[in-house]
Design a protein around this ligand. Sequence first.
Ligand SMILES: [Zn+2]
Length: 300
Amino acid sequence: MRRREFLLSCAAAGAAPDSILVHEHVMVDFAGAEKIRPGRYDADEVFHTAKPKLEEVKRLGCRRLQECTPAYIGRDAVLLARLQEATGVEIWTNTGIYGAADHKFVPGYARRESAAELASRWIAEWRKGIDGVKPRFIKTGVNHGPLAELDRKLVRAAAITSRETGLTIASHTGNGKAAVEQAEIVLAEKVPSSRFVWVHAQNEKNHSFHEKMAREGFWVEFDGIGPKSAGWHLECVRFMAERNLLSRTLISQDAGWYHVGEPGGGDYRGYTYLYTDFLPRLDGSWRRTLMWDNPRTAFG
Ligand SMILES: [Zn+2]
């Protein structure tokens, strides 16, 4: 509690160092690509639920929050722009399609079209904006390796989009095997390894995958940091530090979020735990690397 009070008082004094959260959510709708449609939620209610959570983390120094909800799972670029305007926290949205959860969130056209056709849709979103808002990264997702052909196609489409736009790919990844397979696809499409982020790397318990991916220049993201998982996350970050791989490591919470379909959006997990409880347990000199330098290098 004393740490928390100290940090909050720093924040009040304007002393909280600038930081970026690379993987969080404001809203999700797990209805599935076939059922999702506008009007399933009250955007004002989501706005008023999320706003105080964003204001709270802004006081702790958060300057940018990357909203990782893809299309067909509740991405709402207009709502995010409104929250950005109201809170002063920069909120990034994304382009791409998410294949994890056994393709439940993949719309029919994405099953039929080629990787190049999908990429041209995502490149168009980048050029013209999503309801006027430019996506700032590519979000995709795959199941466990060996990857299904549809997963491989989504990653290839993401790589083509990245080559064309310069955007970084963040990919929800089942395990280390799936990370390695994606790495091969990305490199085969002539996209540099520094433009691929292995999301949910904490789900792979074998550190040799983390080491291998980071040594090849890919980003290894340990997100989902919260009270229950903090011990394992600490171990992961310390492992990377011991191997001199902190410069390829990202951390975040995968927190939020307003659940469409639950009364009042259900239990919205705020964004402060990482600041109040996790960062104080790390070597102080790592903070800037993990919370500022690396997010900017990885995503621009
Ligand atoms: Zn997430």
